[in-house]
Design a binder for this molecule. Structure first.
Ligand code: ADP
Ligand code: MG
Length: 256
């Protein structure tokens, strides 16, 4: 049975998509069967996995509106070694089209059930908001992975997310847990980042992943080649950090 994880943080530009595609590629590299679900209408995780979002015949939009199954809408990214349930601009309309639909926040969860046995991991890239789309991700998930930059306001932003997760747990998905906080775009030369990193560990303890993702230009270049950094330049520091993170995730789910 697949473990489903949302990569979420209501802030934009914090490394959600980079984390989703590189964790997916890292997990594939260590032999895990992975489905990557793009829940962001921007479709960056789709493009960043080598899938042309403009040419998608079916996408996560069709799945949420129940006009296609996951098995019909997913595509294989051969270069990356995982399956992709892609997204494009169509998805921006889903929110409105789903108003009034019963149990609309559970659509993704239900849609994933028939393919549960085909994967070890399902990773969901969430948009930078606490919208119906993100709610679908959180309802479907066993846990949330929170990428964060070690900056001054990081902790403040985190409390909104923690509250949302608490509400989702109380009302919709009692199993939902924060699996961990992942420090990304980390620069050890910056004292403030070290301080925030220490604060995070003091406050969240074991919830802070051991793996730390450095700021690394190869990770930022990779999307323009339609690849996760892990595939684009496996030797780069950033790529190696994501593979170490993938190994850590495999360990974590053993104890879940
Ligand atoms: P989000 O999905 O949260 O909006 P992205 O993953 O798209 O964030 O990242 C925002 C920007 O930062 C992108 O241009 C991405 O390439 C870049 N980026 C993300 N992680 C790193 C990193 N570790 N090192 C350098 N650049 C990064
Ligand atoms: Mg994104």
């Amino acid at each position: 049975m697949a473990k489903v994880f949302c990569v979420a943080n209501q802030k934009g530009g914090v490394g959600k998509t980079t984390t989703t595609v590189n964790l997916a590629a890292g997990l594939a590299k260590v032999g895990q069967r992975v489905l990557m679900v793009d829940l962001d209408p921007q479709g960056n995780a789709t493009t960043g996995s080598g899938v042309d979002k403009r040419k998608l015949e079916l996408s996560v939009y069709d799945v949420l509106l129940e006009s296609a199954s996951v098995a019909e809408a997913r595509v294989r990214s051969d270069k990356c070694g995982y399956d992709v349930l892609g997204a494009n601009r169509d998805l921006a309309g889903a929110e409105v089209e789903m108003v009034g639909v019963e149990r609309r926040e559970r659509r993704l969860k239900l849609a994933l059930e028939p393919v549960q046995d085909q994967y070890d991991f399902v990773l969901v890239d969430c948009p930078p908001s606490l919208s119906m789309l993100t709610l679908n991700g959180l309802c479907a998930a066993h846990g949330v992975v929170v990428p964060m930059q070690c900056e001054y306001f990081a902790l403040e932003g985190l409390s909104d997310l923690v509250n949302t997760i608490r509400q989702v747990r109380a009302n919709l998905n009692p199993d939902l847990a924060i699996i961990g906080l992942l420090r990304v775009m980390f620069d050890p030369r910056i004292t403030l980042q070290q301080n925030v990193s220490e604060q995070l560990k003091a406050h969240f303890g074991g919830k802070v992943f051991d793996a730390v993702i450095p700021r690394n230009v190869r990770l930022a270049e990779a999307p323009s080649y339609g690849l996760p950094g892990v595939v684009f330049d496996p030797a780069a520091k950033g790529a190696q950090a994501y593979v170490a993170f993938a190994r850590e995730m495999v360990e974590r789910i053993r104890t879940m």
